[in-house]
Design a protein around this ligand. Structure first.
Ligand code: FBP
Length: 550
């Protein structure tokens, strides 16, 4: 593989570890845990893995002789910067436990375990991928591991490879499934442990014990660099409003973090829109108001950040989407009738089938967006919200509102738009120093939990706003993060998703500032991620973490 000069230098970077992981490790068990809610249900569903204690590591005085361990690793779901460092952390950790330990990677995500597709990860392979972005070392996938038949197929290959443990690197859903797998293997005494690892750029897998999911730091730094560059352009040309949609399937952590870093004129926070039960019209009025105020000061330009999941947080849009899902569900008479219609007649027909409120909302949408809502469906028959061009929807609606204001003499400015969607640009970036260190520490932590015979735990590294030396590594029982939620009509145990908290420090700080950022032009231009240089430039983590941990 040919590599760039930066990659060559970067490959030599030795990620920092907490001091408890630098030598022999002693495991300290804390208090027994309870799930965040629905304790009785979760305890009943997880009799073998419920209530386990929190674990933290300390440096041990004397070395313990340890047996080799064989471990299988799986990358699950969307890419996030640092995945390769989790894997190299596991590799170095198990080799430190015993040089005869072996690491296998299951290919293409959880499906690789079920289909018995794997490769041994040797030192040569691992060395090629240290400190690089992407998940290409073994690939990832979105197959859900949730059926006992899949668990049994996985066990066959685990037995063939004499695996002691599986490490599942994923988001809230994948770690929920990892916990179900851990419970099942414990119940049948399979002799295979399961350890989870918190991954997702979305930043929505976090709680008291998991301070952040890996990848969030790097991805938001990449997006903030791009937003900063666009802000410079906007402030130079002074002729466009840039509407930027940011990835993050449902929570608005990415948008909030980027706002804290770059200080744009408008940032929508989906959780706030839902809390205030805002209509689409109210969101549009809010944006148009800021555009008009800036225009009154002679500033016909600006930048607006829009979270990917916004429209599902607008109550009336949520209702509309759910009605459309029912109306156009595959195989129904209404779907057949819809498909028989000429394309040009479909939107009118759909509007006639909906409740009055939804029909009004549907008819108020720009026709391209309305059509998108009726067409792009996922394999479960749901509208694929992430494909809806929310930035264009809002841009077009703001334009219509401003035209009305012009007629009423309330807007005399100009409104030219440019649209962007940042998502894939950041998911495979080379990890920042923070993510490189954090991921390597998570992987190393997983190896210690495995050698201590633990199962049903998620690797945890805390105190992450301090220097890496001071980080606290250990394990958190996954059942501790669970509650019962309705999924596909049934109550299921799941890890609670962390949305932006409206009484949390990051959001509260943002609210004190957004007024100034809207009217002024207080843009910050963060520039690209720096890998080499002073620690205050290279090793800083997110504003979100700093405010949460302050
Ligand atoms: P994970 O939760 O699996 O980490 O994925 C996050 C994410 O990047 C979301 O932000 C985005 O909505 C989605 O994946 C896109 O998925 P895909 O890669 O399948 O297009």
């Amino acid at each position: 593989m040919s590599i760039s000069a930066l990659q060559k230098e970067r490959a030599k970077y030795q990620p920092k570890l907490p001091k408890s992981l630098k030598g022999d490790v002693k495991l300290v068990e804390g208090a027994k845990t309870e799930s965040v809610a629905d304790q009785k249900d979760i305890a009943e569903l997880f009799p073998n893995t419920y209530g386990m204690p929190l674990i933290s590591f300390e440096a041990a005085d004397a070395a313990t002789e340890r047996q080799p361990v064989n471990v299988g690793v799986i990358l699950s779901g969307g890419q996030a910067p640092g995945g390769h460092n989790v894997i190299s952390g596991i590799f170095d950790g198990i080799k430190n436990i015993h040089p005869d330990s072996k690491l296998y990677g299951f290919l293409g995500g959880p499906g690789g375990l079920v289909d018995h597709k794997y490769m041994e990860l040797t030192a040569d392979i691992i060395d090629e991928y240290r400190n690089t972005g992407g998940f290409d070392i073994i690939g990832s996938g979105r197959t859900k591991l949730e059926e006992e038949a899949q668990f049994d197929k996985g066990l066959e290959i685990a037995k063939d490879l004499s695996l002691n443990a599986l490490v599942i690197i994923g988001g809230d859903d994948s770690n929920t499934n990892a916990c179900v797998l851990a419970e099942y293997y414990a119940k049948i005494d399979a002799g295979v442990q399961v350890i989870g690892c918190p991954k997702t750029i979305d930043g929505d897998l976090k709680n008291e014990m998991i301070e952040t999911s890996f990848g969030f730091d790097t991805a938001t730094k990449v997006y903030s660099e791009l937003i900063g560059n666009i802000q410079r352009d906007a402030n130079s040309a002074k002729k466009y409003w840039h509407f930027i949609k940011l990835m993050g399937r449902s929570a608005s952590h990415i948008g909030l973090e980027c706002a804290l870093k770059t200080q744009p004129n408008i940032t929508l926070i989906s959780e706030e829109v839902a809390e205030k039960k805002q209509t689409l019209g109210e969101v549009v009025d809010y944006m148009a108001g800021i555009v008009a105020n800036r225009a009154a000061d002679g500033n016909n330009f600006g930048v607006a950040l829009i979270p990917e999941g916004l429209i599902e947080f607008i109550p009336e849009m949520k209702t509309l989407i759910s009605e459309l899902n029912d109306l156009l569900a595959e195989g129904t008479d209404t779907e057949k009738e819809f498909k028989m219609l000429k394309k040009s007649h479909r939107n009118e027909w759909v509007a006639g089938q909906l409740t009055e409120t939804s029909s009004n909302v549907f008819s108020s949408l720009p026709s391209g967006i309305a059509t998108q809502l009726t067409l792009d469906r996922d394999p479960h028959g749901n509208v694929q919200v992430s494909l809806i061009e929310t930035e264009k929807l809002l841009g077009e609606m703001v334009k219509t509102r401003l035209d009305e204001m012009t007629e009423a003499g309330e807007f005399l400015g100009k409104f030219g738009t440019q649209y962007h969607f940042f998502g894939y640009e950041g998911r495979c970036a080379a990890p920042s120093n923070f993510d490189a260190d954090y991921c390597y520490s998570l992987g190393y932590t997983a190896s210690v939990l495995i050698s201590e015979g633990k199962t049903g735990y998620m690797a945890s590294v805390r105190n992450t706003t301090a220097a890496a030396d001071e980080w606290i590594a250990g394990g958190v029982p996954v059942t501790m993060m669970m509650n019962m939620e309705k999924r596909h009509g049934h109550m299921k145990p799941v890890i609670q998703k962390a949305l932006v908290e409206l009484d949390g420090a990051p959001y509260k700080f943002f609210v004190t500032k957004r007024g100034e950022w809207a009217t002024g032009t207080e843009f910050v231009y963060p520039g690209p991620i720096q890998y080499f240089g002073p620690t205050e430039v290279c090793d800083q983590t997110t504003e979100t973490l700093k405010l949460e941990q302050a």
